[in-house]
Design a protein around this ligand. Structure first.
Ligand SMILES: Nc1ncnc2c1ncn2[C@@H]1O[C@H](COP(=O)(O)OP(=O)(O)OP(=O)(O)O)[C@@H](O)[C@H]1O
Length: 400
């Protein structure tokens, strides 16, 4: 039963003070009640917010986890199982743990390549196929699909390529847009290089007819710039170790980019040398290479590409032939200035300044010397080629 407040707090009989104190007590009581209600309401709200935040965090964690395994649990119910095996591979890739490369869902790439259909195949490599893919309406990209992820060598090359390309950003090095790991299948997404490889331009159906002398010089300078970046500007220096015309890709403007970093490695192990400060330290480190003389091997490979550009001949005419039948056997003929114009690729014969031709031939001969220490540094090669290339193609030659 409710008791009126005024009654409940009426003073004892005989007490002297009437009205005002009673009114005060009633107000305080009311206030206390309100404070209590406010406290209960705010703590309930706090609890709800905390629970909501916790839920959000949990959801985000699960989302990230699924993304890193390249798996969307909403698709292919059995794909969830593969997350167990793919996760360690992904976390072995240094850059993923640092969050620098996007990891695509395999299903997304499947859709983008029309389920890896034959009509999307751009080329077939030794480790898998390359597909055209549309990730959005505006542009297409390429997806290299590598099967046999269980194979240790393939796995190593895949990890190596992804790791290097995540770290190396340069205008003359292919851009990797992301990758995916799904069961035994590995995919790498690259920018589209519309003019394919230098090998296909030189030795494919067009037989080099699309490559003028100036374009060839531009391609040579682009490759040298890419290599110079790897050898001289990366810390520690990087060596490519698999440079060949099929690994030189050409975009729609014939900008050349070095691709295929599956065998790339740090130049040397003596990191201390790099702390010698500045160019001298880096330059010195190149001479303190172990027995493999790896940067000079890249220079040799660059020389071979230069010979291919000049002569229009394959590195080895038939894959089974030995090095003695390679393009390098033409080197003595390159030193004969009078005969040099006659042995050039027919597609460029008579189209260049002879002084420029002699200089390029001399550079090529230096690069393929048998003794690695006699080969020039790629930076010296680059600076001897730049003056032969017109300004508008990235060189320093002024055409009057
Ligand atoms: N981003 C790209 N854009 C356009 N074409 C490309 C691209 N990447 C590669 N290609 C083409 O696909 C061919 C094969 O490249 P890929 O890197 O898959 O070869 P691979 O599997 O490494 O073969 P190999 O080991 O014999 O060099 C290249 O020679 C080139 O013609």
């Amino acid at each position: 039963q409710e008791i009126p407040i005024s009654q409940a707090y009426s003073p004892p009989v005989g007490a002297q003070s009437p009205g005002p104190p009673i009114v005060k007590v009633v107000l305080r009581q009311d206030l206390n009640k309100k404070i209590l209600i406010a406290l209960i309401a705010s703590s309930t709200l706090l609890c709800v917010t905390v629970i909501f935040l916790l839920y959000l965090l949990l959801w985000r964690y699960r989302y990230m986890k699924n993304n890193f395994t390249g798996i969307n649990p909403n698709h292919h119910p059995d794909s969830v199982r593969s997350s167990v095996s793919t996760k360690p591979i992904i976390h072995k890739i240094d850059s993923v743990t640092k969050g620098t490369i996007p990891v695509y869902e395999y299903q997304l790439l499947e859709t983008a390549t029309n389920k890896f259909s034959e009509s999307n195949v751009l080329s077939r490599g030794s480790r898998g196929c390359l597909y055209r893919a549309c990730l959005d309406e505006k542009s297409s990209v390429t997806v290299k699909k590598i099967d046999g992820g269980g194979d240790t060598d393939i796995e190593k090359q895949f990890e190596n390529e992804v790791d290097w390309l995540a770290k190396i950003k340069h205008q003359n090095i292919i851009s990797m847009l992301g990758f995916s790991v799904y069961r035994q299948t590995r995919c790498i997404v690259y920018e589209m290089m519309q003019n394919g490889s230098l090998e296909s331009q030189l030795h494919g159906p067009s037989q080099g007819s699309g490559l003028t002398w100036q374009l060839r010089m531009k391609i040579a300078v682009d490759i040298a710039r890419g290599l110079e970046y790897l050898h001289e500007h990366c810390h520690p220096p990087v060596v490519h170790r698999d440079l060949k015309s099929s690994n030189i890709l050409l975009d729609s403007h014939f900008n050349a980019k070095i691709s295929d970093f599956g065998y790339a490695a740090v130049l040397m192990t003596q990191r201390k040398n790099l702390k010698l400060n500045g160019t001298l330290g880096n330059r010195a480190s190149q001479y303190i290479v172990d027995g493999k003389v790896a940067d000079k091997n890249d220079v040799y490979s660059f020389g071979v590409i230069l010979l291919e550009l000049l002569l229009g001949k394959r590195w080895v005419e038939k894959p089974s032939t030995t090095e003695s039948e390679s393009v390098v056997t033409w080197v003595p003929k390159l030193s004969d200035r009078a005969n040099l114009p006659n042995i050039l690729d027919p597609a460029i014969k008579g189209s260049m300044d002879l002084k420029h031709l002699y200089q390029v031939a001399a550079v090529a001969v230096l690069c393929v010397q048998p003794e690695p220490s006699y080969r020039p540094l790629i930076t010296d090669v680059l600076h001897s080629l730049i003056p032969l290339l017109p300004l508008d193609l990235g060189g320093s030659l002024r055409i009057l």
